[in-house]
Ligand binder design. Structure first.
Ligand code: UDX
Length: 449
């Protein structure tokens, strides 16, 4: 099948390569010439395990190509996936739809034959119905453009496997007033079934529904995950005062299979390009709909999450005797999670920046994200190794749980720091082992010192 993927950022680049891996002919489209040149040369402009190898293979075979031309895309594709960004608006919490609107309109205008547009971006509920109208209005006479919504659930660091072997696929198609799929909706479903034939043959659950449900599935899933994390982090606030161990608590409630242990890791909280933005955008959309109270709890989820950052800063302040001014502090991690170089809304980088703004001499090391972090906060002292970060440190904070940090030898590292004080912001080190090696070990949600 011939398809295009519009937007070659994180989601789009991965999707384009994955579709080529599934045997399709793929054209990636982006307005950013530099990105197109990088991808055309077989290079991935961000860190994602496994993606560079697949990109090189499929660029070499010609299965995936990249262009800045909508004209070329409109002549080429039978299905056009749209994976451009929907960032938080500068003013307020709502999602900025400028890029999605422009992409849908431009590809609808450029299409010279009947085609399907499949939106993958995370959008406010109600967008797909509006975009189907816009696509119809923009299309050329005699050309039919059907629009479907096909949210993407990939996780950074697992993007390739999540795209090739998703645990479920969701497709929203146009319905009529009687809640039945329209002819266009049925055409869109048939095209997407062909595009995903391999996954469907592997029995991946495929939920075909209306636009609104499909749009909501994505933000509902991310809001639920964020809520789970903030739930355990709220309980951390309790155990920090009364005593108790948040990890054991998470294990014990997680064994109830209705709850499950995943996403109950207490620590500095969630960040990244999705969870924080999605809970805010969903709440903003509910307010626009006059349903502010329905999702008011998401404001609390956000607040709990941000309080963990401040609490971690205060732990460091207390360890430095009431002020971090002039203190040398090692920060391990800048990415919002391991196996990623993404620092968007990263708790690690936020905490490092706050400590720096309070006068600390922060030495930060991240195995992959130093460059992106330096772009955002140029004034921190970025170093190229774990040893350089901890050398002479009064306090060490582990804020992103990279394998390199989890595997640290506490005796060796104790020989490098000025004071062996560890704040484990991700609850990943073994307190007994670290204390046994002479460390003062503090973690979020448990009394360990
Ligand atoms: C998320 C969703 O998981 C994915 O399905 C969606 O498509 C995009 O948003 P991602 O942002 O890549 O994916 O990261 P995820 O693995 O979900 O982690 C989000 C944040 O939560 C990270 O900062 C992580 O450190 C934090 N987290 C996760 C916790 O603090 N505790 C946990 O138990 C789990």
């Amino acid at each position: 099948m011939r398809m295009t993927v519009i937007g070659t950022g994180y989601l789009g680049a991965t999707h384009a390569v994955a579709m080529a891996e599934l045997g399709h002919e793929v054209l990636g489209v982006d307005v950013d010439r530099a990105k197109i040149d990088t991808l055309s040369a077989g290079r991935v402009p961000f860190h994602e395990p496994g993606l560079p190898e697949l990109l090189r293979t499929h660029v070499a075979s010609g299965a995936v190509r990249f262009t800045t031309s909508y004209e070329e895309a409109g002549a080429f594709g039978d299905v056009h996936f749209v994976g451009v960004g929907t960032p938080q608006k500068r003013t307020g919490h709502a999602a900025d739809m400028t890029y999605v609107d422009a992409a849908v309109e431009q590809i609808a205008r450029a299409a010279d034959h009947d085609c399907v547009i499949a939106g993958k971006s995370t959008v406010p509920v109600g967008s797909a119905a509006r975009l189907q109208e816009a696509a119809r209005a923009a299309s050329r006479p005699g050309v039919t453009v059907d629009l479907a919504w096909n949210p993407e659930f990939l996780r950074e660091g697992h993007a390739v496997e999540d795209t090739l072997r998703p645990d479920r696929m969701v497709l929203g198609v146009e319905h009529d007033a009687a809640a039945r799929p329209t002819a266009g909706g049925r055409r869109a479903e048939a095209a997407l079934r062909e595009a995903y034939a391999q996954q469907l043959a592997a029995d991946t659950p495929f939920i075909v529904t209306d636009y609104e449900t499909a749009e909501l599935v994505k933000v509902a899933a991310n809001s639920f995950l964020a809520t789970k994390i903030s739930f355990i982090n709220a309980l951390s606030e309790i155990t920090e005062v009364v005593g108790g161990d948040i990890r054991t608590l998470a294990d014990a409630i997680g064994l109830d299979e209705r709850i499950g242990r995943k996403f109950l890791n207490a620590g500095v909280g969630f960040g990244g390009g999705c969870l924080p933005k999605d809970i805010r955008a969903l709440r903003a959309r509910a307010s626009e709909l006059g349903l502010d109270q329905s999702l008011r709890f998401l404001a609390e989820v956000d607040d709990i999450n941000l309080r963990r950052r401040e609490h971690t800063v205060q732990l460091a302040v207390a360890e430095c005797g009431g002020s971090v001014h002039g203190a040398q502090i090692a920060v391990l991690g800048a990415a919002f999670k391991p196996d990623s170089d993404d620092v968007r809304d990263s708790p690690a980088l936020d905490i490092a920046a706050r400590l720096h703004s309070m006068g600390a001499d922060v030495r930060l090391y991240d195995p992959q994200a130093n460059a992106n972090a330096a772009q955002r906060y140029p004034r921190l002292d970025y170093v190229e190794s774990l040893d350089a970060a901890v050398a002479g440190a009064q306090v060490t904070l582990l804020l992103t749980e990279w394998r390199e940090f989890r595997d640290m030898d506490p005796r060796r590292v104790a020989g490098l720091v000025a004071t062996p004080t560890m704040i484990d912001g991700r609850n990943v080190l073994d307190p007994a082992v670290w204390q046994g090696a002479g460390w003062r070990y503090l973690a979020l949600g448990r009394h360990t010192v």
